[in-house]
Design a protein around this ligand. Structure first.
Ligand code: ATP
Length: 570
């Protein structure tokens, strides 16, 4: 076969479209996703467009114009897409082009061309221009035109927002193959690293601490299917708030020296904000950081420094809020922190060591928290969405449009699922099976998507005789067994009065909670009895849960004749 006969592979990319930053990624021939740097060398490309003279600037260049040319600089527009003017919160756009009402939606008025009247750019138009810049950067890097993309959006993006996003992308000639949820993309980025094609069943918490918002999601991964169990959002918590604590801190210092508040002058404030963001990022890597701004306000320069401990003290409330969001999303999923097998931290602000360590402290030390501060093998949290989107794009690149729509793998589906875990207790009616009587084997974890079927074999009876098989609903609970202060003092041989009363913030003064996992029978839902089972013979139990949650139980002696079967309505 000649080269020209070979099917042409489509060039597809993943796009993470954030309010603050966007990124683009592609999957190489080795199946590994890689985030692409744009022409300026940035992998986190600010979602910002700025109009200066007759030029359009994009990304980091546009962001720098927030100081000199804020009214012609459009930032934080993603969440305005498809919303009415009355429904949007303009706070984030306070120091950039202000959103204005346009027909039923939102637009920005900017001086696009020097000799013309200001132009009104709708959010859809801005989105088209932004996606075009991203797509052009990807085409430049890959050296070929882009045929399609998968874009990530938050879980609360509405159907009409998704439709507008698809149309906006089409507007610049880029076909959207699929729009997927950000936390699922984060999960895919990690799942792609696992060796098996169907990584084990687990319940994963994804916490995305971005620039303008924080989103948390609990996802059940069962047999290669993902089910979104609960989501929670905080639209007033993100990297911007972390920047703001440094802005306030340095402003106070500046005021003490120069008797003028840089926050009162728009340009001084914009300068200070940009520098505080850099200082904050440095503090994720180093224990202290310098800040240096020429002519910050009233012609005075500003030079100072801050250490990480001070920053952590200043931002403690914000970290508390992230922790609170984590606790509440797990509760909303009707789960216990112990039910979470893995935590994935996504979003740029997840680089903050204190955010990661405080979340780690919530969970038992056996729970993996994927973040740079808590795991050496973590993927850059700011790259997860783009990578996941690129992986998904490469999986579905050759699908027909209808098949993509139908494709459940690996997009999240809200399928019917078990609300309780189902387990099996093997007992002997005569009670001779002593210890085995207490043991609950968890067969199907709660949140398993139905229909589902599982089979397992057990040693029926050590003595020989009848075997009673109980199918039970399992209650899993974690009991807080953290030692009290008195118990701890006793263990450590410390006199309580000797304790250090230092009020200063202590890196490790938050106690790690100790939990014990308890698995108990909540309710027996079916019983099956096998008669005269030989000593040591194996018993096979099969549970089959239909789509309407009807349970069929089959039990038989392996190698024996017959067996029992029963059905319990859902
Ligand atoms: P959103 O949609 O919530 O605005 P996003 O997805 O567009 O967020 P991200 O790139 O995830 O944006 O997050 C941007 C935020 O992450 C910014 O506030 C940025 O300052 C912060 N950030 C990036 N890198 C670091 C770092 N190394 N340490 C601390 N914060 C960081």
């Amino acid at each position: 076969m000649s080269d020209s006969d070979e099917p042409q592979q489509k060039t597809v990319i993943g796009i993470a479209f954030g309010n603050s930053n966007s990124s683009i990624a592609f999957t190489g021939p080795d199946g590994k996703a890689e985030v692409i740097a744009n022409e300026e060398g940035d992998r986190q490309i600010p979602s910002v467009l700025s109009y200066v003279g007759d030029e359009e600037y994009h990304g980091a260049q546009a962001k720098s114009h927030l100081v000199r040319n804020p009214r012609n600089t459009i930032a934080f527009f993603r969440d305005y897409l498809g919303k009415s003017f009355a429904a949007v919160d303009p706070t984030n756009a306070h120091s950039s082009a202000h959103p204005i009402q346009h027909d039923t939606g939102v637009a920005f008025s900017v001086q696009e061309k020097t000799d013309e009247d200001p132009a009104t750019l709708t959010v859809s138009e801005v989105t088209t221009r932004h996606i075009k810049r991203l797509s052009d950067s990807a085409a430049d890097f890959l050296g070929k035109p882009i045929d399609g993309c998968v874009i990530t959006v938050p879980t609360d993006f509405s159907e009409s927002q998704r439709k507008l996003l698809s149309e906006a992308s089409k507007g610049c000639g880029l076909t959207v193959l699929q729009i997927i949820h950000e936390p699922v993309a984060a999960l895919l980025a990690y799942a792609a690293r696992e060796e098996t094609s169907h990584p084990g069943d687990k319940t994963v918490l994804v916490v995305d601490v971005g620039g303008t918002r924080t989103d948390a999601a609990v996802i059940a991964a069962r047999g290669g299917m993902y089910t979104l169990l609960a989501t929670q959002h905080d639209y007033e918590l993100g990297g911007r708030q972390f920047d703001e604590v440094l802005v306030d801190h340095f402003s106070k210092e500046f005021m003490k020296k120069h008797k003028t508040d840089p926050r009162e002058n728009e340009r001084s404030l914009a300068k200070l904000r940009l520098e505080c963001e850099n200082t904050k990022k440095t503090l994720s890597l180093s224990t202290s950081s310098q800040i240096s701004i020429e002519s910050l306000a009233d012609g005075f320069d500003f030079h100072s420094s801050v250490n990480r401990l001070r920053y952590e003290l200043l931002s403690k409330k914000l970290v508390d809020q992230v922790v609170g969001l984590v606790e509440s999303v797990v509760k909303k999923a009707d789960m216990d922190l112990m039910d979470i097998n893995e935590v994935i931290l996504a979003g740029g602000t997840s680089h903050t060591p204190k955010v990661a360590t405080r979340i780690q402290q919530l969970f038992p030390s056996t729970t993996v928290v994927q973040s740079p501060a808590t795991s050496t093998t973590a993927i850059n949290p700011a790259e997860l969405c783009a990578r996941g989107a690129a992986i998904q794009a490469s999986l579905i690149a050759e699908f027909e449009a209808e098949d993509i729509e139908q494709s459940t793998h690996p997009a999240v589906t809200v399928t019917p699922h078990l609300t309780k875990s189902l387990g099996v207790v093997i007992a002997s009616p005569t009670g001779t099976n002593d210890k085995a009587e207490d043991k609950v084997y968890v067969f199907l974890e709660s949140e398993t998507a139905v229909p589902a079927r599982r089979t397992a074999t057990f040693i029926g009876t050590r003595e020989g005789g009848d075997v009673l098989i109980r199918i039970v609903e399992v209650r899993k609970e974690s009991v807080d067994v953290t030692p009290t202060k008195e118990e701890k003092a006793k263990i450590n041989g410390v006199n309580e009065d000797d304790e250090d009363d230092d009020e200063d913030f202590d890196e490790d003064d938050e106690d790690e909670k100790v939990f014990k996992r308890v698995t108990e029978v909540e309710r027996v839902i079916a019983e099956a009895e096998l008669k005269d089972v030989k000593k040591g013979a194996k018993v096979e139990v099969m549970l089959n849960v239909a789509g309407d949650l009807t349970l069929t139980v089959t039990a038989r002696v392996v190698g024996g004749q017959g067996g029992v079967r029963g059905t319990v309505p859902g």
